[in-house]
Design a protein around this ligand. Sequence first.
Ligand code: ADP
Length: 265
Amino acid sequence: IKANFSVVQDEFEHFNGLITVISDVTEQEKVEQERREFVSNVSHELRTPLTTMRSYLEALTEGAWKDESIAPQFLEVTQNETERMIRLVNDLLQLSKMDHKEKAMYKERVNIVPFFHHIIDRFEMNKLETIGIDRKIPRESIFIWLDKDKITQVVDNIISNAIKYSPEGGNITFQVIKEKQRVRISISDQGLGIEREKLDKIFDRFYRVDKARSRELGGTGLGLAISKEIIDAHHGHIWASSKEGQGTTIFFTLPLTTRKRGGEK
Ligand code: ADP
């Protein structure tokens, strides 16, 4: 809290009173501090792939390009780093759009039962050989107002994490529970888990429990921060629970469509 005192005098410089302005600057300072931290994080995240690329390109220029056994490998590294930067910049752009309230959600009334099955099918087709996804999804139709692309992105991100941070052969459970006014979705894995003190932080921008590991697995540290923004924009909640060494569960909720929207019959 900051207090400004001003002495009020009349034209003969007689003391007339005192004006006190007390303003709460702590919130303002916190925002400023967060902004500075964010800029510093972004710079750091971009510098890492750039410096890696520079040294590999230098080596190539200095003659490695002639060596058929190394050159393709070096080029692959620079390509991977470029991909990482593109992913990072795309994630940043998305966050920035959401910060500017350009939320651009295209919500429609969706039966989430076939919708979620479809997302999981896609995963099983593409990526999984050793990891199975158990589905605990009700048979009845459940309708929710949601942006299909955005919620797909959230589920993709959580399932990808479950796979990334799980041992081979670990099981993943995707559960949907219909509650009174909302549905609760949970995705559980049998991976390495997250310490209790770190559970809330994983939704912060750039927070990663193990930076090196996340980077190796292609992570940007922004996936869950974006997921949180998307779930907020759907008036839901997102949180995590975990037992170290035993696995992690990410939960999110979405409000049920109760009332018909204005203009709809
Ligand atoms: P990243 O791109 O690093 O995966 P996220 O925002 O998706 O970024 O996740 C942030 C961090 O949360 C990860 O780096 C990881 O440390 C942790 N995390 C997320 N999901 C899991 C999980 N299922 N098991 C263990 N740790 C996880």
